[in-house]
Design a protein around this ligand. Structure first.
Ligand code: SF4
Ligand code: SF4
Length: 183
């Protein structure tokens, strides 16, 4: 069903934009002086109940992460430590960025048909859509590590292989999930 959005008619003053620009500058300047006053007051032990700037002083101060935020991928393990992945290629097929590359091998256990002999994710291409997690029938891939910082000086360094993805196979502790972590 199409939703009709009423377009707001601008007044002549609004269409001239000058007044709106001045109002914007006044608003920003007001916030600037208010924050400065609060910070100076807090410096002298006053206005403890007031909060100044809402900016996080990154990187010293990290903002809490939403529990459902999609962060760096990890592959989960079975109880015996082997990857849960059965190399079904669902994630590779659904990935819109074509950044997952899997090579399947025959599993020695006849109950498990295949396992990944190679599993690479090129994080330089990944768009963090989470489709791979949604498509996985085995809960073998997750994006709940809480890791948001994984830079590299080379393109090759952005490719995470099976070992790197399995290195974080344990479920992060709840209190760890809400903090930004580095790779
Ligand atoms: S998050 Fe999206 S883009 Fe990234 S590997 Fe998964 S499916 Fe591909
Ligand atoms: S969808 Fe899951 S089980 Fe299938 S290849 Fe990807 S991670 Fe492995």
């Amino acid at each position: 069903m199409a939703i009709k959005v009423e377009e707001k008619q601008l007044t002549l003053l609004e269409r001239l934009y000058v007044l709106e620009v001045v109002r914007g500058i006044a608003l920003t300047t007001g916030h600037f002086f208010r924050n400065m006053a609060v910070h100076i007051a807090r410096l002298f032990g006053l206005a403890k109940d007031k909060k100044g700037s809402t900016t996080f002083q990154y990187p010293e101060e990290r903002r809490p992460l939403a529990p459902r935020l999609r962060t760096l991928h990890r592959l989960t393990r079975r109880e015996d430590g082997a990857p849960r992945c059965v190399a079904c290629m669902m994630c590779e097929t659904v990935c819109p960025a074509h950044c997952i590359s899997i090579v399947a091998g025959e599993h020695p256990n006849p109950l498990i048909e295949k396992y990944p002999t190679r599993f690479d994710i090129d994080l330089g291409l990944c768009v963090f859509c989470g489709y791979c997690v949604e498509a996985c029938p085995e809960d073998a891939i997750r994006m709940d590590t809480g890791v948001l910082e994984f830079t590299s000086f080379s393109r090759e360094g952005m490719v995470y292989d099976l070992n790197k993805l399995l290195a974080r196979s344990e479920t992060p502790k709840p209190n760890e999930e809400s903090k930004v972590k580095t790779a």
